[in-house]
Design a protein around this ligand. Sequence first.
Ligand code: KIV
Length: 272
Amino acid sequence: MSAIKKDYKKVTTKSLIEMKSNGEKISMLTAYDYTMAKIVDTAGVDVILVGDSASNVMAGHETTLPITLDQMIYHASSVVRAVERALVVIDLPFGSYQSDSKEALRSSIRIMKESGGHAVKLEGGKEIKESIKKILNAGIPVMGHLGLTPQSIYKFGTYTVRAKEDEEAEKLIEDAKLLEQLGCFALVLEKIPANLAKQVAESISIPVIGIGAGGGVDGQVLVIHDMLGMNNEFSPRFLRRYMNLYEGMTSAISKYVTDVKSKDFPNEKEQY
Ligand code: KIV
């Protein structure tokens, strides 16, 4: 049996729910710029996440907290211009939805209008219920995000696995059911025990996309810079590196430096 069961010409929130009910796993990767998004889309990834991880991998911040709504819109609109097939989901950045539901709606409307993306993603469960309801009422699809929620890093204190204890696991299950009930079309579960993630995926009808949440969920997401090995300092257990671009790019660029210095580049055929 092939891993891809149906050729979706354009992926929608409905296609993802259909994939879950057909047992087809969903592929999701981040992208933050036009060129990368074109490659990711052409390769057949179902969902492109313009993640607030742009704060780390594009801007070099230690956390996802500093990135602004304007910066997210800039990244998202660059991605949207490149994409023909994938569903483009955009993170609401820290500070753009936590204060009240009206602000959450205003931020989501700006993202949808100014970037042309297809859905927004918010971190949290019960605490942000009113915001999710308001955004959904405006016709904007919402993806949830539970487990390790990096925008709350200073509350957690570490990036270690979440929901290992019963109390946190029970809250996570309740939150996942609430997000489904509110009308979210999918949910990301980050860095939680694989058994718990499987249990959540089996108990709700919307797709559960995991990162560090094992193989029992409905799809997987990774940060593109991590899976291409562009950053050799970040090596969590859940990460599979498909390339070592850090080494490949460094050696190509140092060869260029050598060629310029030695006057090998440009040669006669490379000039007018
Ligand atoms: O911002 C991001 O890249 C994310 C993924 C890790 C799910 O939220």
